[in-house]
Design a protein around this ligand. Structure first.
Ligand code: SAH
Length: 231
């Protein structure tokens, strides 16, 4: 299976703190409004059928459902999915969560989604290209696919590993493995090989002084890619 059991275990152990905005998941809470608005501006979520691959505790999934999407979240961490499910029950937002691999979901529900999202997940899997291919299979012709991950270069190592895990201690040590980071060119190649086209690239930067995240054209560390499946 295209999953690293240690990665799944890592997220499962932290899962009970997923919705605590001061926890290890604080960065995901803080970037969520930015990525949500970016996705919504490009894919107009209301009424759309959306699947979120590697949804974890459902921060993005639930927020897309709040925008009016019919949202499904899939992950391989049972604990994260339980937390996600409980949270959506508490907040009264309807989301379908399921423990299933992206490739298996692609075989079962090919071409059924208007929008596919896969954020902060590709850098945790053994074969990210296969996840991109599954995303491309899940989306309808004319639909949108969004990915986010971390670039691979000395600055990304400094910010995403040394800065975030060791200096600022925003993330537990060992959260990210530099060797698994993916350059925009590599991701664009996976995307094209899967039959998708790249529509846009957006950088997501963190200012350690103001502690504020913003969207811009600096893709040197965290970045997102918007793609679509041609009609
Ligand atoms: N996408 C969410 C969570 C990111 S954390 C967000 O951005 O808010 C990374 C998630 O990927 C974790 O929930 C982890 O369990 C999941 N994950 C890691 N490897 C996976 C795999 N091979 N298949 C599905 N999910 C995976």
């Amino acid at each position: 299976m295209n999953a690293d059991p240690l990665e799944i275990q890592k997220f499962s152990e932290l899962a009970h703190r997923w919705w605590d905005p001061t926890s290890e998941f604080k960065p995901l809470h803080e970037i969520n409004p930015l990525r949500l608005e970016w996705i919504n501006a490009r894919a107009a979520l209301a009424g759309k059928k959306v699947i979120d691959i590697g949804c974890g505790g459902g921060i993005l999934t639930e927020s897309m459902a709040r925008k009016g999407a019919e949202a499904t979240g899939i992950d391989l961490s049972d604990k994260a999915l339980k937390v996600a499910d409980l949270h959506s029950l508490e907040s009264g937002v309807q989301v379908r969560y399921e423990l299933i691999a992206a490739e298996d979901m692609a075989a079962r529900e090919a071409g059924q989604y208007d929008v596919v999202t896969c954020m902060e997940m590709l850098e945790h899997v053994p074969d990210p290209g296969a996840i991109v291919e599954a995303a491309a299979t899940l989306v309808k012709p004319g639909g949108h696919v969004f990915f986010s991950t971390i670039n691979r270069n000395p600055k990304a190592y400094l910010y995403a590993v040394v800065g975030a895990e060791y200096l600022l201690r925003m993330l537990p040590k060992g959260t990210h493995d530099y060797g698994k980071f993916i350059t925009p060119a590599e991701l664009a190649q996976f995307v094209r090989e899967a039959g998708l086209q790249v529509d846009g690239l957006k950088g997501l930067t963190y200012n350690p002084l103001t502690k504020i995240y913003s969207l811009n054209n600096d893709t040197s560390v965290n970045y997102m890619v918007a793609c679509s499946r041609p009609l």
